[in-house]
Design a protein around this ligand. Structure first.
Ligand SMILES: *[C@@H]1O[C@H](CO)[C@@H](O)[C@H](O)[C@H]1NC(C)=O
Ligand SMILES: *[C@@H]1O[C@H](CO)[C@@H](O)[C@H](O)[C@H]1NC(C)=O
Length: 291
C-alpha cells in the first residue's frame, strides 16, 4: 500500500461517518421521495427521528406526537427550507431554536399545544414567507416583538387560538404581510382592542374574508358581535390618550380656572365688604337723622 493512502485512511474514515448521514440514507420509519425530502408524517412518532440527513431541505413531520424540538435543531439542518410540524404536541419553542433558520421559507406549527410566542422567537428568519400558528387552543399570548426580523413574511396564520387581544405592533412589524388569519379567537372588544380594530379596518384586504369573518365579545355582558357591526365610534370612549399639548391645555386651563376663582372670590369679598361699610354708613346716617 502506498504510504499516502495509509495516511489518508483515518481521514477518510473520519469523513465517511458524516457522509453516511449526508444524502443517501433515510430515517427508518420515514420515506425519502427525493434526495432533499424526508417525509415522516403520520408515523406515530413521539420524538424526532434519528439520523435525518443533514442536507435535508423539506422535512415533513406532521400528524405525530412530537412534544419538543431541541434548540440546536436548526443549527444542524441549516439547509432546511420547508419544515412541517403541524398536528404534534409541541407546547413551547425553546428560545433560539429558530434564530439560525436563515433559509427557512415555510414553517407550520399549527395544531399543536403552544401557549405563547415570546419575543424574538423567530430571530433572523429573514427568508420566512409563510408561518402557520393556528389551531393552538391554549395560545393566548403573542409578545409585541414575537415576529421581529421576519421581513419577508407574507402569510401569518393565528386563527382559532385563545387570543383575547393582540398588540397591534406585532402586525406593524411585518413589512411584507399580505395575508393574516385572526378569525376564531375569543377577542374582547375593550379599549385594548381599539387599536387592533383600527388596524383591521385599514387592512381588511389582508384578511381572507375581510372583517366579516371576525367577532369579538363585549366586555360588559360577553355578547358576541361581528366586527362589521362596529365602527371606530364604538371605541370613542377609549380615546382618552392625551398628548403633551392636551396636558398643557389641561394644566393651563386649571391654572386659569384657579386664578379666575381667586379673582372672583376677591371681588366677592370686596363687594361684601363695601356693601357692609355702605350699609353701616347708612345706618349711622339714619341714626344721626333720627337723633
Ligand atoms: C393529527 O394526528 C393524529 C395522529 O397521527 C391523527 O390521528 C389525527 O387525525 C390528526 N388530526 C388532523 C386534524 O389531521
Ligand atoms: C396541552 O396543554 C394543556 C395546558 O397547557 C394541557 O392541560 C394539556 O394536557 C396539553 N395537551 C397535550 C396533548 O399536550
Amino acid at each position: 500500500m502506498l504510504p499516502c493512502v495509509r495516511w489518508l485512511q483515518p481521514l477518510l474514515a473520519l469523513l465517511s461517518s458524516p457522509l453516511l448521514t449526508w444524502g443517501q440514507n433515510c430515517p427508518a420509519s420515514c420515506q425519502c421521495p427525493d434526495p432533499h425530502t424526508v417525509d415522516c408524517s403520520g408515523r406515530g412518532l413521539t420524538r424526532l427521528p434519528d439520523s435525518i440527513p443533514l442536507d435535508v431541505r423539506r422535512l415533513l413531520l406532521s400528524d405525530n406526537w412530537i412534544p419538543w424540538i431541541p434548540s440546536d435543531f436548526l443549527v444542524l439542518y441549516s439547509d432546511l427550507v420547508y419544515l412541517d410540524l403541524r398536528n404534534n404536541s409541541l407546547s413551547r419553542i425553546e428560545p433560539g431554536t429558530l434564530s439560525t433558520s436563515s433559509r427557512l421559507v415555510f414553517l407550520d406549527l399549527g395544531s399543536n399545544n403552544l401557549t405563547e410566542i415570546p419575543s424574538g422567537t423567530f430571530g433572523e428568519s429573514r427568508s420566512l414567507i409563510k408561518l402557520r400558528l393556528g389551531n393552538n387552543p391554549y395560545l393566548s399570548m403573542v409578545s409585541e416583538d414575537a415576529f421581529l426580523g421576519l421581513t419577508s413574511l407574507r402569510e401569518l396564520e393565528l386563527e382559532r387560538n385563545a387570543l383575547s387581544g393582540l398588540d397591534v405592533g406585532v402586525l406593524g412589524q411585518l413589512p411584507s404581510l399580505r395575508l393574516v388569519r385572526l378569525e376564531g379567537n375569543p377577542w374582547v372588544c375593550n379599549c385594548n382592542f381599539a387599536k387592533l380594530f383600527a388596524w383591521l379596518m385599514e387592512n381588511s384586504h389582508k384578511l381572507p374574508t375581510g372583517i366579516q369573518g371576525m367577532e369579538c365579545s363585549l366586555p360588559v355582558d360577553g355578547r358576541r358581535v361581528a366586527l362589521s357591526q362596529l365602527s371606530e365610534d364604538s371605541f370613542r370612549e377609549c380615546q382618552v390618550t392625551l398628548t403633551l399639548t392636551d396636558y398643557l391645555i389641561v394644566i393651563f386651563s386649571g391654572i386659569s380656572v384657579s386664578v379666575a376663582a381667586i379673582m372672583a372670590s376677591f371681588f366677592l369679598a370686596s363687594t361684601v365688604h363695601c356693601f357692609q361699610r355702605w350699609s353701616k354708613a347708612n345706618k349711622t346716617d339714619d341714626e344721626e337723622s333720627d337723633a
